[in-house]
Write a protein that binds this ligand. Structure first.
Ligand code: NAD
Length: 374
């Protein structure tokens, strides 16, 4: 593990050079010299080599390996961006932590709450950290909302809605790792809505109870393709959460009704300041003046998240999204599935280690256990 006083940029590597890896390479390249991409690994060596060629940056370029094990044996690195399919996240992150290297894992970080606890436990024994990529916490609008809400400027949070209504066709699910509990951990709750309700949780704080439904309506998958939940928070706020891959008019929309204003954002895969809207409550028109956008800027994404990671590392802190914060989101997902599949309301802390919903997100089993077409 590198210490903040070490000279030179953080030495970063990427494991898994598929679709999302470019966003990570771009964030590293755009870090203003604070980090450099020194190596990549992929079980498809041709893909690793061509990815390394694409991200040479005019110099020797990153070295390419056929496995993370080979990469860690050959290179001294500070950070590994884990960009493989979800089922590989835990073993690869454990390998990093054992080598004293910080693992930055793409969402969903693990397949289950129990796997996540294994990672957090390994982190507690390591000099390095484990963090999750949940980039929408770090756009300017989200930072501003948390700052104003935390300072009490908006009054009490009363109600929120959090809608991930995306559209994924059958071709999307032809990729072998998608759509099964064993390889993806869950459906749109685990893989898509996580972006939005993680932001919701980062704003409203600890949740206390979840009541949910989940269904497989239309896609040829083992998992759900839609879920909906009602959530209560320790601060008294209530929220609804919808996670769908069946929605032809796509949106990612969050709305927070505070005593003094409604604050809302609507986008698809990344928001700018233009996507936020503040509506003051009667008699609280001054709140509009507190919301000072910095201009459209870049959309929330991997760049903002990676800047926050580097800032934390420079300060000797655990990088975001930390294991403590991620666990709250992973426990929320486990509780949502537990409520949907048992018909019970589920409280925070109720899913004990060893319970079926800690071990697998489908716990005691989805009611549609048998695959329809796959
Ligand atoms: N944060 C976001 O906005 C966002 C967006 C898309 C995907 N993701 C997440 O990123 C992860 C990867 O998704 P993707 O769409 O890039 O997948 P992908 O299938 O396009 O790429 C995965 C790559 O990992 C490689 N791989 C598999 N096993 C490996 C191993 N043991 N070691 C090294 N490489 C290995 C594969 O060969 C492939 O090149 C998933 O967890 C996904 O949910 C996040």
């Amino acid at each position: 593990m590198r210490f903040p006083s070490s000279p030179g940029p953080y030495r970063a590597a990427i494991a898994g050079t598929g679709a999302i890896a470019d966003a990570h390479a771009r964030a590293i390249a755009g870090s203003g010299g604070r980090a450099s991409l020194v190596a990549v690994a992929d079980v498809d060596p041709g893909r690793a080599t061509s990815f390394a060629g694409r991200w040479r940056g005019g110099q020797a370029g990153p070295a390419a390996y056929a496995s993370l094990t080979e990469l860690l044996a050959a290179q001294e690195v500070d950070l590994v961006h884990v960009c493989t399919p979800p089922g590989l996240h835990t073993p690869l992150a454990l390998e990093c932590l054992e080598a004293g290297v910080t693992a930055l894992i793409e969402k969903p970080p693990t397949l289950s709450l129990a796997e996540f606890d294994t990672l957090a436990e390994a982190e507690s024994r390591s000099t390095a950290h484990v963090a999750t990529v949940l980039q929408h916490r770090f756009g300017a609008g989200a930072l501003r909302l948390r700052r104003l809400a935390g300072a009490g400027e908006l009054g009490r949070p009363l109600l929120a809605t959090c809608d991930t209504q995306w559209y994924r066709d059958e071709a999307y699910y032809a990729v072998p790792w998608r759509g099964t509990w064993e390889s993806e951990g869950g459906g749109p709750t685990m893989g898509h809505g996580i972006h939005q309700f993680d932001l919701l949780l980062s704003v409203l704080g600890p949740w206390s109870e979840v009541t949910a439904v989940a269904a497989r309506q239309a896609r040829p998958v083992d998992t759900e393709d839609v879920s909906a939940a009602i959530v209560t928070f320790e601060n008294g706020a209530i929220a609804t959460v919808v996670n769908s891959v069946l929605s032809p008019r796509q949106t990612s929309a969050l709305r927070f009704d505070y005593e003094r204003a409604t604050v809302e954002v609507e986008h698809l895969y990344g928001y700018t300041d233009d996507d936020w809207k503040v509506t003051p409550a009667p008699g609280h028109e001054d709140v509009a003046g507190l919301w000072k956008p910095e201009g459209p800027g870049a959309a929330s994404g991997h760049d903002d998240w990676f800047t926050a990671v580097l800032d934390a590392l420079d300060d000797g802190q655990a990088p975001p999204v930390t294991s403590t914060d991620t666990r709250r989101t992973m426990e929320f997902i486990a509780a949502l599935y537990a409520s949907a599949f048992t018909g019970e309301r589920v409280r925070a802390g109720q899913i004990a280690p060893g319970s079926p919903f800690a071990l697998r997100m489908d716990g005691t089993g989805a009611p549609w256990e048998h695959r329809r077409t796959k």
